[in-house]
Design a protein around this ligand. Structure first.
Ligand code: NAP
Length: 306
């Protein structure tokens, strides 16, 4: 490849138009004056294999988001250690003729915990709400970082049990157990927890948990939410009202993206700039959504006046 030829990077998913990765990555690329450009590509689930053989050949690498993070695994030539443990990939690098899969979600989360809250999981008891793809990535990263114990609480307990069983087998140093998302077992887990993380979809668009047992949570426990829109979710607001320190979700997005860019380019992007750009876009989106809501609320009143 000629030295200064611009190389293409992307994020693939379906849907993908909402992704803020292009804005965040292109801001960093511009600052570095690096020969890359980053865009979003919609790939339907049934076209994933065809995408790898066709359009992807023009890319130096790409991020993978829902619904492809697990489906892409068998289509790649090699997997990095964490991606293999997690069983999902969020970053793909082309090296020669090979596609190599990485997962930077968990490491990005830990970097954000450290940078934003100076929190190290070593020796800490963690409760994770949710047992989806993000919970898996976090559980692996937290176990590799020597958390003392990890309790996974999920609405569908079977899914949490499956996750705990698989990961306990692979990560023997940190005990992992599964419990329901409510009731006495959750209350007991909260009592001695140092870090409580929401990885469920509750919080997206401002939704909230009903009757969360806040009074049982250990005093001073750090409360973290990986949902980043809104930035401070109702879950985090409730935690803050009760005096808990909080950790917002945009940091994970920034650091997983920064790690991915480093894998593709070998360059360290400006994470502060990436976060500024991301927050600017999120604010714009929140304002747009609010004015849409106002529009919806005022329309029926207008009709009533007639
Ligand atoms: P996923 O695999 O679809 O898992 C979704 C999880 O949410 C499951 O545990 C599901 O429980 C739970 N859930 C959904 N609706 C619920 C409800 N009403 N009440 C209780 N639990 C509910 O999704 P994912 O990939 O793990 O992503 C989860 C969230 O993390 C999403 O909001 C995503 O945007 C966010 N995320 C953020 C970042 C970041 O960089 N900050 C990165 C990745 C993901 P069941 O098993 O019972 O259905």
């Amino acid at each position: 490849m000629p030295k200064n030829k611009v190389q293409s990077l992307a994020v693939i998913g379906d849907p993908i138009s909402h992704s803020l990765s292009p804005a965040m990555q292109n801001a960093a690329i511009q600052k570095l004056k690096a020969p890359y450009r980053f865009r979003a590509i919609r790939v339907h689930p049934e076209q994933l294999a065809r995408f790898l053989k066709g359009p992807a050949q023009k890319l130096a690498g790409f991020n993978v988001t829902l619904p492809h993070k697990e489906a892409i695994v068998p289509l790649l030539d090699r997997l990095a250690y964490e991606a293999k443990l997690i069983g999902a990939v969020n970053t793909v690098l082309r090296r020669g003729d090979e596609w190599i899969g990485f997962n930077t979600d968990g490491a990005g989360y830990l970097m954000s915990l450290q940078a934003d809250r100076q929190f190290s999981p070593r020796g800490k008891r963690v409760v994770i709400l949710g047992a989806g793809g993000a919970a898996r990535a976090l559980a692996v990263a937290l176990a590799l970082a020597h958390a003392k114990s990890i309790t996974v609480a999920n609405r569908t307990v079977k899914r949490a049990e499956q996750l705990a069983k698989e990961l306990s087998f692979r990560l023997r140093g940190t005990p992992l157990r599964a419990i329901p998302l409510g009731g006495a077992k959750l209350e007991a887990a909260l009592r001695d927890c140092h870090l409580l993380i929401n990885t469920t979809r509750v919080g997206l668009g401002g939704s909230s948990f009903q009757d969360f047992p806040w009074t049982k949570l250990r005093r001073g426990a750090l409360v973290s939410d990986i949902v980043y829109s809104p930035r401070v979710t109702p879950f985090l607001k409730a935690a803050r009202r009760r005096g808990h320190p909080i950790h917002t979700g945009e940091g994970m997005l920034v650091f997983q993206g920064a790690l991915a860019f480093e894998i593709w380019s070998g360059l360290k992007p400006d994470v502060r700039l990436m976060r500024r750009e991301l927050l600017r876009r999120l604010r714009e989106r929140e304002l747009r959504d609010k004015s849409k809501d106002r529009g919806k609320r005022s329309a029926p009143r207008g009709r009533r006046k007639k």
